[in-house]
Write a protein that binds this ligand. Structure first.
Ligand code: ZN
Length: 526
C-alpha cells in the first residue's frame, strides 16, 4: 500500500493525493490550481493519471482548490463515487456550477479578444495604420450582443473559420452538472466502505461548513493501516461550525501516516474573541461618520460568518438598525445550504439562535440582492448601509462596483476580513492604505486602478484577521497534541514551501517524524 502526493505540495492550491492498495486507487481531493493564469491553466488541463484507474474519490470540503477538477475527472472516464459529507455535496452543487460558469466566460472572453484582433487587422486602414471607425463599429456589432454581452455563437464560429488557436473552457456548465451525480454524501463519524477492506470515516475539520478530516482504514496482508488526511483545518472557537475534532474513535487513533495542511505553519492569527468587538467598533465608527461599509467576502463561509456576527450584535443592540445587503447570488444560494445543515453547527449556534427558532443568517435589515438591476440601484444608495459582496480578493464581481462608488469617500469603510493574495486589488487596497495612514492621511491619496479607471483611496480600510478559516501554527499543533491521536509519520502539504518546511521543522522539535513531500513523490506503508 502506498500514497502519492500529486498536488498542493510545496504550494497551497490544487490539493490531490492518491492511496493505492491492490486494485483500489482512492483519490483524496481533486482540486484546482489557482494563481498565475498560464501556469495553473496548464496544470489544470491534464490529470497526472488516467481517471479511469481511480476507483473512488474522497472530498475533504467544497472549496474549489480541493474540488475544482472533479468535473474533469468525471468527464474523462472516472466511474466511482465522490464521497464527502452531506453539506459538502450540497455546497458543491453551487460552487462547481459557478466554477464552470467562470471557465466558460473566461474562455469566451479570450476567444473574443483573439477574433477581434484578427478582424481589426483586416479592417485596418493602410494609410493611418489604425482600425477604421466603421470597421470598429462593425466588429463590435458582430461580436457583442449588448454592451457587456458577448455573442458567443458567432465568436466560436469565427474561431473555427479564421483558424484561430481558440481556448476551450476547462469544463462546461453541462459537464459540471453531470459530475454532481457522482457525489455521495455521508454523516460525520460513520464509516463508509470505499474499497476492498477499506473504509473511510469523516471527522469535523472546523474549516468550513461540511469540511472533514478523513480517516482511511485499510487492511493489507492481515495488517491494518490508518491514513489520516486533514483536508483544511479551521480555527477553534469560531462561530457556526464546530471546532476541529480532537476526539477520534478508538480504532482510528493509531495513525500510520497523517497528511497535514500547513497554510499558516509559521504564522499566528489574532484571537477569535476579538471579531465581535472589532466589527462592532468599525461599524459604529463608520455610521457615526455617516458612511457605509463595504465588505469584500467569499460567498461560501465568510459571508455567513459575517451575517452571524452582525445578527448577534443586532440582537444585543450593540449596533444600530442599519440595512445589511448581501449582494451575491452565489452567496445567497450558499446561505440556504447553511440553513439546511443545522446538524453540523456548534453548540453556541444552537443556544444563541436555533433553540429560539431563529435563522442565524437572517435578521431584520438583511436583504439578499439577486438581479443586476437591483445591484446597480444599490451602488447608488446614499443612506448608510453595510454591503457584503464577492469576490473576496476584489478581483472580479459586484464588489468592484460598490468600491467604485464608495472608495473615494472618507466617511466610508472598506472592511478586510480575508487573506488578500499578491497581485490582487484587495492586496493593493490594504498596502496603499497602510502607507497613507502611516503618513497621517496627508498629501495625495493613493490612486487605485480598476474597472478601467483610477480612483482615490480615501475610505478607511480596517483589517480584521480573526475571520481566517485556517488554523495558525498553534492551532495546528493543538490538533496534534490535544487530540487522542498517536501519529507515526506526518507528510506536510498545502502550504507555500517556506511555511511547510518551517512547520515540518517545528514538528520535528515537538518529537514528530515529519517530512515535506515533493510533487509526484510516493511513500510506502508496509
Ligand atoms: Zn479550504
Amino acid at each position: 500500500m502506498y500514497v502519492t502526493f500529486f498536488g498542493a505540495v510545496r504550494e497551497v492550491t490544487g490539493s490531490m493525493h492518491m492511496i493505492v492498495k491492490g486494485s483500489d486507487r482512492i483519490l483524496l481531493d481533486c482540486g484546482m490550481f489557482q494563481g498565475r493564469r498560464k501556469e495553473s491553466e496548464q496544470k489544470n488541463r491534464v490529470l497526472p493519471f488516467d481517471p479511469r484507474i481511480v476507483t473512488n474519490a474522497l472530498l475533504s470540503h467544497a472549496h474549489i482548490d480541493h474540488s475544482g477538477r472533479i468535473p474533469v475527472l468525471t468527464r474523462d472516464g472516472f466511474t466511482g463515487r465522490v464521497l464527502c459529507t452531506r453539506a459538502t455535496a450540497d455546497a458543491c452543487e453551487y460552487l462547481l456550477l459557478d466554477s464552470a460558469h467562470i471557465q466558460e466566460s473566461d474562455a469566451a472572453y479570450l476567444n473574443y479578444k483573439a477574433v477581434r484582433s484578427v478582424l481589426q487587422k483586416i479592417k485596418t486602414s493602410p494609410r493611418t495604420r489604425k482600425v477604421t471607425q466603421r470597421g470598429a463599429r462593425e466588429i463590435k456589432a458582430l461580436l457583442k450582443k449588448k454592451r457587456n454581452e458577448l455573442n458567443v455563437e458567432t465568436i466560436d464560429h469565427l474561431v473555427e473559420e479564421l483558424h484561430i488557436d481558440g481556448v476551450e473552457p476547462l469544463y462546461t456548465v453541462l459537464e459540471a452538472q453531470q459530475s454532481l451525480s457522482y457525489f455521495d454524501g455521508h454523516p460525520y463519524r460513520s464509516p463508509v466502505t470505499i474499497g476492498r477492506d477499506m473504509t473511510c470515516t469523516f471527522y469535523e475539520a472546523g474549516h468550513i461548513l461540511g469540511s472533514a478530516i478523513s480517516l482511511v482504514k485499510a487492511v493489507e496482508n492481515g495488517q491494518t493501516y490508518n491514513v489520516l488526511y486533514s483536508g483544511d483545518l479551521g480555527r477553534f472557537n469560531k462561530p457556526i461550525v464546530r471546532d476541529p475534532c480532537l476526539d477520534f474513535g478508538e480504532a482510528d487513533r493509531d495513525v500510520d501516516l497523517m497528511i497535514l495542511e500547513s497554510t499558516y505553519g509559521n504564522r499566528q492569527h489574532g484571537p477569535v474573541q476579538d471579531i465581535r468587538s472589532l466589527l462592532k467598533q468599525a461599524l459604529n465608527e463608520t455610521l457615526e461618520r455617516g458612511g457605509s461599509m463595504v465588505i469584500p467576502a467569499f460567498a461560501f463561509g465568510r459571508t455567513q460568518e459575517l451575517l452571524y456576527v452582525l445578527h448577534e450584535l443586532h440582537d444585543r443592540k450593540e449596533i444600530p438598525n442599519v440595512p445589511v445587503y448581501v449582494d451575491s447570488p452565489l452567496a445567497s444560494k450558499l446561505t440556504r445550504v447553511f440553513g439546511e445543515h443545522p446538524e453540523v453547527y456548534d453548540s453556541d449556534t444552537h443556544e444563541t439562535f436555533l433553540e429560539r427558532g431563529e435563522n442565524p443568517f437572517h435578521f431584520k435589515g438583511v436583504r439578499f440582492i439577486g438581479s443586476v438591476e437591483e445591484s446597480m440601484a444599490l451602488n447608488r444608495e446614499t443612506k448608510p448601509h453595510v454591503v457584503i459582496a464577492a469576490s473576496g480578493m476584489c478581483e472580479a464581481g459586484r464588489v468592484l462596483h460598490h468600491l467604485r462608488y464608495k472608495i473615494h469617500n472618507p466617511r466610508n469603510t472598506i472592511l478586510i476580513v480575508g487573506y488578500m493574495a499578491e497581485n490582487t486589488l484587495g492586496r493593493r487596497i490594504v498596502e496603499q492604505s497602510r502607507i497613507f495612514e502611516a503618513a497621517g492621511r496627508t498629501g495625495h491619496p493613493p490612486l487605485l486602478k480598476f474597472l478601467g479607471k483610477e480612483y482615490p483611496l480615501l475610505a478607511r480600510v480596517v483589517e480584521l484577521d480573526g475571520f481566517s478559516a485556517h488554523g495558525d501554527k498553534d492551532e495546528l499543533l493543538r490538533v496534534l497534541k490535544e487530540s487522542n491521536l498517536n501519529i507515526k509519520k506526518i507528510a506536510v502539504v498545502h502550504g507555500e514551501e517556506n511555511q511547510s518546511l518551517s512547520f515540518a521543522e517545528t514538528l520535528g522539535r515537538e518529537g514528530y517524524s515529519a517530512f515535506v513531500p515533493h510533487g509526484g513523490e510516493t511513500v510506502s506503508l508496509g
